[in-house]
Structures are given as C-alpha cells and as structure tokens.
Write a protein that binds this ligand. Structure first.
Ligand code: HAM
Length: 416
C-alpha cells in the first residue's frame, strides 16, 4: 500500500525537517507580534465557491458527508479567516495580526513543487487600510525567508497592484464583468504560450503585452518599495505588474515570492482582500484585510538546494534529536536501580535512553554515541557507585548512587 498521489509520509527525518520549518515560521511571526489561531480542516464547499475563484474550486477535494452536506477539505485558509473574523469581529481589538500553520488540500496536477497536500504559514492583518500594513506584511514575509539563512541573492518578492489593472481596464472601457477573467489571463501569461494569451485578451493583447514589458508605473507601489527601503529591505523586492494572483478575492497590492534563479514555483503569495469579509458576511461586517501564505514544499526544496541553508537545518535537527544521558546497564541485577534513576532524571526534564533488553556493554556505548548523549551512566560492578562517562572527553569518574542527581544537575544542562 502506498500513499495516494501527491500525499507524503513523514518518517522522522522528514518530520524533523518539517518541524524545523514550522519552528522558524512561528518564531518570526511572533517577532512581528502576530498571535496564533486555527480553523477546521473541513468546511462547507460553498465557502470557497463564493470568492476563491474557479481554479481553486476545480481543485477541491469535496464530498457529501453522512448528513448530506456538501463539504470540502480546505484548499486555503483565507475564506475561513474571513468567516471567523466576521462572526467574532467585536471580540478583538483592531488591527488583528493573526498567524496559523496548517495542512491544506488541492487536487492539483502533480508537478515539481506542487502536491495534493501541503502545509502553509498564513499571516494576515485585519482592520488596517493604510499602506503601512502592506509594508509590514511584506517585511514579515522577507524576514521569514531570512530566518532560514536566505539573502536577497537567493529570493525576490515580486510586487504588483490589482488596482493598476482595474484602472487600466476602466480607462480602456472594458466592462467590469470581464475584469476577473482578464486578470486570470494576465496571471497565467508568464506560464502560457504568448499566442494563447493573445487570443484570450483579444483587442487588448498588444496593449497588455506592452504594459507588461514596460513594467507600468504606480505611485502606490513606489511608496511601498520606499517603505521597505527605510527598513533596508528594498533589495528583496521588485515591481512586476505581471503578478496578479490566481485567487479572485484580491483587491489591491498583491505579491509572490520566488527563488532568484527562477527554478521553482512560487514559495509564497498574498495581498489585499478588502471586500472578502463583507462578501462572506452578506455585508454585515466590512473590514480591510491583507495577508500571505507560504508553503512548505518549495521552501523545503530551496533549503535542500542551498548549501548554507541546508547545513543550518541539519545542524538544528541534529541538536534537536540528541539525548542528554544514556544509561548503560552492565549487570542485569542493576536494571531496577537503573530504571529508578531513569525515572528521576526524566522527571527533571533530561532526555534519557537505555537498552530495553539485555545488550552487550560495547554495543550500549556505541548507541550512546549514535544518540549524541553527552553523558553515559554505567550501572554495574561498581554499585552502590555509578560510573559517569563524559562522552566528549571520555573522562570517567565514580559517583555514589545517592549523589548522581546532584552531580548531573551541576554538570549537564538540559537540552533546549
Ligand atoms: P496561494 O498562492 O494559493 O495563496 O498559496 C500560497 C502558497 O502555498 C504558494 O505560494 C505555495 O508555496 C503553496 N502552495 C499552494 N498550493 C500548493 C500545492 N498544491 N502544493 C504545494 N504547495 C502549494 C493562498 O493560499 C492564499 N490564501 C494566501 C493568502 C493568505 N492571501 C491572503 N492571506
């Protein structure tokens, strides 16, 4: 039996890599004053039909539950967030700065960097209309990547503004009911043959291509970059009006994060969605909102391919796996004494391991080394003394059994 296509098992090494990513995500979000929240993984299918856009609705894992409800595994978090905020809006002081780490499901065509389940960090600011919110959010996105050891040489955030295009359509007298569809065409233009895009754009094709080539001008985007420059972060971004994002709810600034070499799919994406909360609450609550999500799949690939980032991860994982103390049971008559000590050491927070069944002493020391133990405690002929071996220096000393705890407390600090 294998996993379903696009799903992953996480044996300990992969799980450690995943947790390494989660820990950095969480740490940087907190550094920016974001608080953690979570929503359900199963939602009414209707939630996504309202405004996520056709692409994501086509990719839903959806079914009828036993109560005949149309339900879907969440493909993203933003509609859930909008629903939660609309329902509980009065309970929270604005602006809300919320983050969440969770698993998402999309029935995508499998390709490099795109699976059928993935994890995302979502960071959203609710209740702030000022551009200061956009600057803060992009800065956070940059700093998350920097926490993995990446610099402006490794990645870039391409920033755009949907209003740039809606102004453009208005100027060219394009009826508003075509805007969404045209935005999707522009979004795909970088990944599709030019003729296909031209066909879909019709009369507008030449103008759109010319605008994409020249880059377009936007005061709002210039101001955003200036805000990042003040923080010394301008080298991490570039203006690119070709970014419009596939999701239908965005209303203003949008951005996507890519590796500099352009080898991978997007690592993160987000933007402003000032109308979504109002739309999902039938106008009861209206709040400006903006956010981004970063996936674990492409980020993991980029870490694996970038030697300094990979080394930092390996080091952190090795530290995390190591135990503090290995108990060597040299005489089986001492097993009960050893287990009493093991219990006491674990109660004090030490990471302790030992052989579950009788094992040769040399093999036990080998295991102690493999597990990264800093100290080995040998229970054997020396009883009622215990032999304490410092694994780094190989120095040994005899400690009376009732002094072992105090001795270790002075010598071995707890693993963090
Ligand atoms: P999104 O661009 O659809 O945005 O996804 C964000 C990130 O999730 C992508 O850049 C990518 O790294 C990862 N991702 C998406 N689909 C897959 C997949 N099939 N396999 C692997 N990774 C994937 C959103 O989801 C928005 N809700 C973000 C947002 C939050 N906007 C405002 N707030």
């Amino acid at each position: 039996m294998q996993t379903l296509p696009g799903f992953r098992d996480f044996p300990p090494d992969s799980c450690a890599a995943r947790n390494y990513i989660f820990a950095r995500w969480c740490e940087v979000a907190r550094r920016y004053g974001f608080v953690e929240w979570e929503g359900p993984v199963l939602e009414p299918t209707e939630l996504y039909k309202k405004k996520s856009g056709v692409e994501i609705v086509d990719q839903l894992f959806h079914f009828k539950d036993k109560g005949e409800r149309e339900v879907a595994m969440r493909p993203e978090l933003t509609p859930t967030l909008a629903r939660v905020v609309a329902a509980h809006e009065r309970e929270f002081k604005k602006p809300l700065k919320w983050f969440s780490i969770g698993q998402f499901f999309r029935y995508e065509k499998q390709q490099r960097g795109r699976l059928r389940e993935h994890f995302q960090l979502n960071c959203d600011i609710i209740g702030e209309a000022d551009l200061a919110g956009d600057v803060e959010l992009v800065a956070l996105c940059i700093d998350v990547l920097r926490a993995f050891g990446f610099s402006e040489k490794d990645f870039v955030i391409r920033i755009s503004d949907r209003e740039f295009w809606t102004d453009f359509f208005r100027e060219k007298n394009v009826p508003p009911d075509r805007w969404d569809e045209l935005l999707q065409v522009i979004d795909k233009s970088g990944r599709e043959p030019r003729e296909r895009t031209a066909e879909k754009l019709g009369d507008l094709a030449d103008l759109v291509f010319a605008t994409l080539k020249s880059g377009g001008k936007s005061k709002k985007l210039d101001k955003l970059v200036a805000g990042l420059r003040e923080r010394g972060l301008a080298d991490f971004v570039s203006i690119d009006v070709g970014i419009v994002r596939g999701l239908a709810y965005y209303t203003g600034i949008v951005f996507e994060l890519f590796d500099r070499a352009g080898k991978f799919r997007a690592i993160a994406g987000g933007g402003r969605y000032d109308n979504l909360i109002s739309l999902l609450s039938d106008g009861a609550v209206s709040l400006p909102a903006l956010g981004f999500a970063m996936g674990d799949v492409v980020l993991g690939e980029l870490i694996n391919e970038t030697s300094h980032a990979h080394e930092a991860m390996e080091k952190a994982i090795a530290n995390d796996h190591e135990i503090d103390i290995y108990i060597v049971i040299a005489k089986e008559e001492r097993r009960a004494d050893a287990l009493r000590h093991i219990q006491q050491l674990r109660d004090r927070g030490y990471r302790v391991d030992y052989p579950l069944t009788p094992t040769k002493v040399a093999r036990q020391f080998q295991t102690a080394e493999e597990l990264g133990a800093r100290v080995a405690l040998l229970f054997g002929d020396e009883w009622p003394q215990v032999k304490l071996k410092n694994m780094a220096t190989a120095q040994q000393e005899l400690v009376p059994q009732d002094r072992v705890l105090a001795h270790l407390q002075a010598q071995v600090s707890l693993s963090s």
